[in-house]
Write a protein that binds this ligand. Structure first.
Ligand code: FAD
Length: 468
C-alpha cells in the first residue's frame, strides 16, 4: 500500500552507516528518505561517540603533554580547568559536524523524516514523531542502520552518579575518585579524559588484560605506562554490588584482585559494552530475522533474509566501529543502485585513542594461535626510534605479522603516540597484499614514527637486510 510518503530507498537511522548510505544512494540517482528519531543527524558517532570523545581526548593530551614538558625543561604550572568552556568546545565540534550533515542531506535532496520508525510490513515503516504524530513511509528498498545502545548492568542502582559513556561525555563535574567499570576502549578513553582533568581513577576488568581483543604484549606496555597514572587496575575482577549512599557509591568487588572491603567512589562510569537495536524495530512485521542478541544477519551485499531489506553498521555485528559502518553503507547503496559490489575487506583497524594510543589491524597473534595460522612477527621497539626519543615517548613499539606460508603481511599492532594514524599504513599494506620486502623497500621519511613500520619489515628474513 502507498503510504503518506514513498521513496525508492528508505534508510532507517542517521548514524555514520545511515547517512553514508543515504548520501551514496542519492549520488547514484535514487530518491531517498532518511528516518531518524533524534533532531540531529550523525548517530552515536557524531553526537555521543567518536567525535565528542576525541575532542575531549585532545584536551587531555595537551594537559598531559604540558606536564610532560617539565622533563624537557619547560614548566607551565597547574592547568586551570574551566569545565563549562571544555563542554562548550566539545558541543561546538559536534554541532559543526551535525549541521554539516544536515546541509549535505539538503544538497543531495535526501528527505529527512524525524521520528521513531517501526516496520509495518516489508514495504513500509510507521514513523511516530515527538508529538506522537504518525505517518507511513513506504519503500521499494530499505536499509536498516539503527545502530546500538549501551548495555546496562542490572545490579547498578538508578543514581545520578552512575554514568554510561553518554553521561561521561556530558562532563557534569570532575569527581575526586571514579571507578571505570570495564577496561575496553570506551572505558579507557573516558578514563584518560577524567584522569587528565584531575580525577583519581580505578579500573575494573573481568578479563586477564585490558582491551581483551588486542595482543598481550601491546596491553602489557599500556598497563605498565598507565598504572603510574591511575590508582588501581583490577584485572580478573568483577563488581558484584553497588550501594548508593549519600556520601558516595560503595562498590563490592569479587575475583583475583578484589579489595576485601567495599570501596567508596564519587562516580562510576559503566562501560561494559553495547548491544544492537534489532529488537526495537518490529522487524517481525517485515519478516526480517533478528537473533537473540539483537543482531541482524546479512550477506556480503548487506542483504537480510528479506530481498529488498538491507542492514549495515553496529546492528549487523562486530566490530562496532564507524568506519566499518560507512564502508558497508556504500556497498549496500551501490547494490541497491544496481552495482554488483561486495563488502569483503581483508581487515578493519581498531584504535583506542588513549595515551599512549593502541591500534591493531588484521590478524592478531592471539587470533593466529586460535585459528592455527603459522605466523612470523617482527617488532620494532620505539626506544630505538630517534623521533620517539626526541619527543620523550619511547614506551611504544610497532609490530607487523606475516603469514609464514605466503610471506604476506596479515596483521599489525602499534602502541605509542599517534598509533591510530600510523596503523593506516599497515592496513593499506594488508589490503595491497604486501610482503615484508615491499614494506622494507618503501622509503619512509626520516625521522618519523612511521619509519617504525618499515623497520619491522627489515628484520624479517629474505627482505632488505641493511639496517639503518
Ligand atoms: P549509530 O551511530 O548507533 O546510529 C544509529 C541511528 O539510528 C541513531 O541516530 C539512532 O537514533 C537511530 N535510530 C535507532 N533506532 C531508530 C528508530 N527506531 N527510528 C529512528 N531512528 C532510530 N567508533 C569508531 O570507529 N571510532 C571511535 O573512536 C569510536 N568512539 C566511540 C566512543 C563512544 C563513547 C561510543 C559510544 C562509540 C564509539 N564508536 C567509535 C562506535 C561508533 O559510534 C559506532 O560504531 C557507530 O556510531 C555505528 O554507526 P551506525 O550507523 O551503525 O549506528
Amino acid at each position: 500500500s502507498k503510504g503518506d510518503i514513498h521513496a525508492q530507498l528508505v534508510v532507517l537511522g542517521a548514524g555514520p552507516g545511515g547517512y553514508s548510505a543515504a548520501f551514496r544512494a542519492a549520488d547514484l540517482g535514487l530518491d531517498v528518505v532518511l528516518v531518524e528519531r533524534y533532531s540531529t543527524l550523525g548517530g552515536v558517532c557524531l553526537n555521543v561517540g567518536c567525535i565528542p570523545s576525541k575532542a575531549l581526548l585532545h584536551t587531555a593530551k595537551v594537559i598531559d603533554d604540558a606536564e610532560h614538558m617539565s622533563s624537557h625543561g619547560v614548566s607551565f604550572g597547574k592547568p586551570k580547568i574551566d569545565l563549562d568552556k571544555i563542554r562548550d568546545y566539545k558541543d561546538g565540534v559536534v554541532g559543526q559536524l551535525t549541521k554539516g550533515l544536515a546541509g549535505m542531506a539538503k544538497m543531495r535532496k535526501v528527505k529527512v523524516v524525524q521520528g521513531e520508525a517501526k516496520f509495518a510490513s516489508d514495504k513500509s515503516l510507521n514513523v511516530t514523531d515527538g508529538d506522537g504524530k504518525k505517518q507511513t513511509v513506504s519503500f521499494d528498498n530499505c536499509i536498516i542502520a539503527a545502530g546500538s545502545r549501551v548495555v546496562k548492568l542490572p545490579f547498578l542502582p538508578d543514581d545520578e552518579r552512575i554514568m554510561d559513556s553518554t553521561g561521561a561525555l556530558e562532563l557534569k563535574d570532575i569527581p575526586k575518585k571514579m571507578l571505570v567499570l570495564g577496561g575496553g576502549i570506551i572505558g579507557l578513553e573516558m578514563a584518560t579524559v577524567y584522569r587528565a582533568l584531575g580525577a583519581k581513577i580505578d579500573v575494573v576488568e573481568m578479563s586477564e588484560q585490558l582491551v581483551p581483543a588486542a595482543d598481550k604484549d601491546v596491553m602489557k606496555v599500556y598497563q605498565k605506562f598507565v598504572s603510574k597514572q591511575v590508582d588501581e587496575i583490577m584485572l580478573e575482577t568483577s563488581v558484584t554490588k553497588v550501594e548508593a549512599k549519600k556520601d558516595g557509591l560503595y562498590v563490592t568487588f569479587e575475583g583475583k584482585n578484589a579489595p576485601e572491603k567495599p570501596q567508596k567512589y564519587d562516580r562510576i562510569l559503566s562501560a561494559v559494552g553495547r548491544r544492537p537495536n534489532g529488537d526495537l524495530l518490529d522487524c517481525k512485521a517485515a519478516g526480517v530475522n533478528v537473533d537473540d542478541r539483537g543482531f541482524i544477519a546479512v550477506d556480503k551485499q548487506l542483504k537480510t533474509n528479506v530481498p529488498n531489506i538491507y542492514a549495515i553498521g553496529d546492528i549487523v555485528g562486530q566490530p562496532m566501529l564507524a568506519h566499518k559502518a560507512v564502508h558497508e553503507a556504500h556497498v549496500a547503496a551501490e547494490v541497491i543502485a544496481g552495482k554488483k559490489h561486495y563488502f569483503e575487506p581483508l581487515c578493519i583497524p581498531s584504535v583506542a585513542y588513549t595515551d599512549p594510543e593502541i591500534a591493531w589491524v588484521g590478524v592478531t597473534e592471539k587470533e593466529a594461535k586460535e585459528k592455527g595460522i603459522k605466523v612470523e612477527t617482527a617488532v620494532f621497539p620505539w626506544a630505538a626510534s630517534g623521533r620517539a626519543i626526541g619527543v620523550g615517548r619511547t614506551e611504544g613499539f610497532t609490530k607487523t605479522i606475516y603469514d609464514k606460508q605466503t610471506g604476506r603481511i596479515i596483521g599489525g599492532a602499534i602502541i605509542g603516540v599517534n598509533a591510530g594514524e600510523l596503523i593506516a599504513e599497515v592496513t593499506l599494506a594488508i589490503e595491497m597484499g604486501c610482503d615484508a620486502e615491499d614494506l622494507a623497500l618503501t622509503i619512509h621519511p626520516h625521522p618519523t614514527l612511521s619509519e617504525s613500520v618499515g623497520f619491522t619489515a627489515e628484520v624479517i628474513e629474505g627482505s632488505c637486510t641493511d639496517l639503518p
